[in-house]
Design a protein around this ligand. Structure first.
Ligand code: DX5
Ligand code: ZN
Length: 216
């Protein structure tokens, strides 16, 4: 069984706190927080102040912050201070990976690196021993509600083997197009954390949807 990380991007922002409470009541273990700069990806979402408010309302939640930013290192400290528990940044960004990982750890957060669909998973291999989590994108980042790219599961299988070979224990997370069907495929491939946006929040009953997704 995998841990569920509902993506706040698909929540109703007019009642964000209640949506997140319902997701947590449904068994969500992390809240996935998608930050977009309109440059690294062709969309804007939300930033530091919204995380700060959400963290103040729900201080016990684990905040999995996914930075889709051209220069993520510049935003490590503000997001950490706003309540991030783990900070994910893209291997394709402009920031130096070693320096960015050091900055995340210096703030006391867990570390994550993210790989876009067209990027080989081997690009994060040099950093695996410094990572708490690797995030595999199963859609092009930028928008919720896209279709799952099943061929990304080969990256998951490769990571599982490499983790075993090197005796490491980072988590493997997948993000994009996850529903109860694709979620099962992902878990079978070895995924530990399922991100789900539209199937967790764009539904009439958030708690029930998260209960179903938490059972995969
Ligand atoms: C896309 C984001 C995802 C997105 C997932 O850039 O990283 O987290 O919210 O949404 P769904 O689950 O609807 O594909
Ligand atoms: Zn995401």
């Amino acid at each position: 069984m995998a841990m569920l990380a509902p993506s706040v991007l698909s929540a109703n922002f007019a009642h964000l706190e209640q949506d997140c409470r319902d997701a947590l009541a449904g068994g969500a273990k992390l809240l996935h927080y998608d930050v977009m700069d309109g440059h690294f990806v062709p969309n804007l979402s939300f930033g530091v102040p919204v995380l700060k408010s959400l963290h103040a309302a729900l201080p016990e939640a684990f905040y999995d912050v996914h930075l889709m930013l051209t220069d993520p290192i510049d935003y490590v400290k503000p997001f950490a201070q706003a309540g991030a528990s783990l900070i994910n940044f893209h291997v394709e960004s402009n920031s130096d990976p070693v320096e960015t990982l050091a900055a995340i750890r210096a703030e006391g957060c867990k570390t994550g690196m993210t790989v876009k669909p067209k990027t080989p998973v081997e690009s994060v291999f040099p950093y695996l021993d410094q990572l708490d989590l690797v995030l595999i994108m199963s859609v092009e980042p930028g928008f919720g509600g896209q279709s799952f790219m099943a061929d990304m599961l080969d990256k998951v299988r490769t990571l599982v083997k490499e983790r075993e070979r090197r005796g490491l224990n980072f988590l493997i997370e997948i993000d994009g197009g996850i529903n109860t069907k694709t979620g099962v495929q992902a878990v079978e491939a070895g995924v530990d954390v399922l991100v789900a946006g539209s199937t967790a929040f764009s539904v009439p009953d958030v708690k029930a949807a998260c209960q179903a997704l938490s059972q995969l």
